[in-house]
Design a protein around this ligand. Structure first.
Ligand code: PMV
Length: 306
C-alpha cells in the first residue's frame, strides 16, 4: 500500500502585507507550532477528509474549487488522473485569521503527493502547485504566504518572488493574538485595489512606502536592530490603517501590546479582522504581553521565537 505525508506551518507578516501584492517586498515569519498535516493513502474510492469537509472530488470542487484544481493538476503531473485515494488533512492553524492557513493546506497536500509518488521536489515546484489553490482562493495572491509556510526562519520575499531566509543573531520573540473576528483576505485585497484605482497617487504612495519599510526592515534584521525594526512595524500599521484594512478592535489589541513593552506591533495578513503581531527582545515581556492580550479578550495567542 502506498502512503504519502506532507506538512506545512502557519506564518505572520512582520512587514509588507498588501504592498507585496503590488510587487513590493515583505518580511514574513514562520509559526512552527501551528501545523497542517496531509496524508494520502490508496483507497477504492476517492475521499477527501479535512476538519470541515468530507466528500468526493465532485463535492470538493463545489466547496473548495482551489484545492480541487490543485488535486487535478497534481494527478495530471504524476500521470495518474484515474488514481483513487483517501486524502486526510488535519490542521491546528485557525483559518481566516491572517496566519496563512490556506497556503499551509495547499503546501502540505502538494508535499504529501510528492511523497506518495516518491518525487524529489524543489521549493519552486511546491510553490507553483500551491499557488494554483492560493490564486483561486484570494483572487490575486502574492505568493509570500506559500514560501513562508515552508520556511524554517523569517523570509524576505522580494519583487522577483524569491524568498531568502533572514538570520537574526539576537533573541527575538513575536506574540501573535487572534482577535476572535474573521480576517477577510480577499475582501481586503479587493478594498485596497478599489482604493488604489480611485486614488492611485495617494494609495500608490502608501504601498510604495510599505515596500521601502520592508527593505529597511531587512537591513535592521541584518544589523540585529530590533528597536528600529519595531518602529518600522508601527509605521507599517499606520499605513495599513490608511489603506482601510485595520479595525478598531485590532488597533486596541495593538495598543495593549505597546503599553506592555512591545517594540512594535501591527495587524498581520489581510486584515479587516484576524490577528495582530507584536515584537519583543525579552521572553518575560512576551509572556506579559500574551497575558495582557488574553485579559483584553483576544481569543487565542502564541509566542514564537524568530
Ligand atoms: O490573510 P492571509 O494570511 O492570507 O495573508 C494575506 C496577505 C496579503 O498580502 C494581504 C495577500 C497576499 O497575497 O500576499
Amino acid at each position: 500500500m502506498n502512503f504519502g505525508f506532507g506538512q506545512a506551518h502557519a506564518k505572520a507578516h512582520l512587514l509588507g502585507e498588501h504592498s507585496v501584492v503590488y510587487g513590493y517586498p515583505a518580511i514574513i515569519a514562520p509559526l512552527l507550532s501551528l501545523t497542517n498535516k496531509a496524508e494520502i493513502i490508496d483507497s477504492d474510492t476517492t475521499v477527501i477528509e479535512t476538519d470541515n469537509f468530507s466528500g468526493s472530488m465532485y463535492q470538493l470542487n463545489y466547496r473548495f474549487s482551489g484545492i480541487y484544481n490543485l488535486l487535478v493538476e497534481l494527478l495530471n503531473f504524476f500521470e495518474s488522473p484515474d488514481l483513487t485515494f483517501k486524502l486526510h488533512v488535519k490542521s491546528n492553524i485557525p483559518s481566516k485569521k491572517g496566519l496563512g492557513s490556506s497556503a499551509a493546506y495547499a503546501v502540505s497536500i502538494v508535499k504529501a503527493f510528492c511523497d506518495y509518488f516518491d518525487y524529489q521536489y524543489t521549493d519552486e515546484e511546491v510553490f507553483k502547485f500551491a499557488q494554483i489553490a492560493e490564486n483561486k482562493n484570494h483572487g490575486k495572491s502574492s505568493g509570500g504566504d506559500t514560501y513562508a509556510v515552508m520556511a524554517e526562519g523569517p523570509i524576505f520575499f522580494d519583487s522577483n518572488k524569491d524568498a531568502t531566509i533572514l538570520k537574526l543573531n539576537t533573541q527575538a520573540y513575536i506574540i501573535i493574538a487572534d482577535s476572535g473576528t474573521a480576517g477577510l483576505t480577499s475582501q481586503a485585497v479587493q478594498l485596497v485595489a478599489d482604493n488604489y484605482e480611485k486614488n492611485p497617487t495617494v494609495y500608490g504612495g502608501y504601498l510604495k512606502r510599505m515596500g521601502e519599510i520592508a527593505d529597511k526592515g531587512r537591513e535592521e534584521i541584518i544589523a540585529d536592530d530590533l528597536k528600529d525594526f519595531g518602529q518600522l512595524m508601527n509605521e507599517n500599521q499606520l499605513l495599513l490603517s490608511k489603506l482601510g484594512v485595520s479595525t478598531p478592535y485590532l488597533e486596541r489589541l495593538i495598543k495593549i501590546t505597546l503599553k506592555h513593552g512591545a517594540l512594535g506591533a501591527k495587524l498581520t495578513g489581510g486584515g479587516l479582522g484576524g490577528s495582530i503581531v507584536a515584537l519583543t527582545d525579552k521572553s518575560e515581556t512576551a509572556k506579559e504581553i500574551k497575558s495582557a492580550l488574553s485579559k483584553s479578550g483576544a481569543s487565542e495567542s502564541w509566542i514564537s521565537k524568530i
